[in-house]
Ligand binder design. Sequence first.
Ligand SMILES: C[S@@+](CC[C@H](N)C(=O)[O-])C[C@H]1O[C@@H](n2cnc3c(N)ncnc32)[C@H](O)[C@@H]1O
Length: 309
Amino acid sequence: MKKFINEEMFEIIQYLENELKTNNEIYIEVLNPNVKDNIYTGEKIKIEEKEFIYRSYKSWTDLSEILFCRMLIIALNENTVVLKFLKLNKLDSFHNDLNDERNEKYGENSTFFRINKNEEPVFLNTYLNALKNVKIEEKRNILNLGINKADEFDVIKKLINEEILNQMNFVGIDYSKSAIEYSKNRFPKENFSFYTHDINKLDELNLKKADLLISIGTLQSSGLNFKLLFMDLIQNYLEDKGSIILGFPNCRWINGEMIYGAKAANYSYSEQSVLYKDVYFCKKYLQQKKYRVTLTGKNYLFLTATSIK
Ligand SMILES: C[S@@+](CC[C@H](N)C(=O)[O-])C[C@H]1O[C@@H](n2cnc3c(N)ncnc32)[C@H](O)[C@@H]1O
């Protein structure tokens, strides 16, 4: 096991990258981040006549994420800790799951179904702020496209008192039959409706216009025409002064970890041009239609729009 004392990050990255070429797990001993408060990563600190470079746990977990590893703490000593970097199996990802004819790539038996974004603080915090921003307690008709197992409704349920919740109508659409069955059982009350349906054929459902439209990680799906669908939603499925919350993934889910950076076709690394292009298209379009638009978030970019007509 290698011990790092006052080596620079430049050297540590090179060491780990090299080791990960042949090993699935690497152990390193480093300064215990607990030795001092109020200190920046990179500052020097002297302990028992030895000079260490300080790094926070956040720096170490960032490093682990960059290297496609999961970081574990193996030993806690007074002045040092032993960290394990466990290489992620990149093949273990729903992104690699093949779509089948029954639209079950995201269904109950999929890898995707195991993911609970509401337990990821960077996701939950941004989503909660978006809901507060649109004044969720004043909304009465909420339409969610690509609802999957209805995690987005679950947060609203926790946020709103029951009396108001009972006055709200929730509609969720997804073409995964098993996900819709799961959502129906999860929210059996009459004011929740779930449809197994293709978003491309939304007009067949004769839906009432919503005063809040939510869609997370769905509109950029390969079978959907992003721009046309987005404009159709605003024109035909949103009340005149309705609000919008769109979540754009800027991460990949690999082997149990949420890894920062959008996945892009034909790139071996994260490339974010399509993400920014699509987000900016929506922002511009909505601004022209007199909406106040904010962009927030990290692993999911949230576009939140409220009417200023
Ligand atoms: C990446 S998942 C996001 C699910 C959920 N909003 C979340 O963030 O956990 C995309 C969802 O959209 C659904 N979906 C993709 N294309 C669709 C289409 N054309 N019609 C209906 N649902 C679709 C998938 O079945 C899946 O549940």
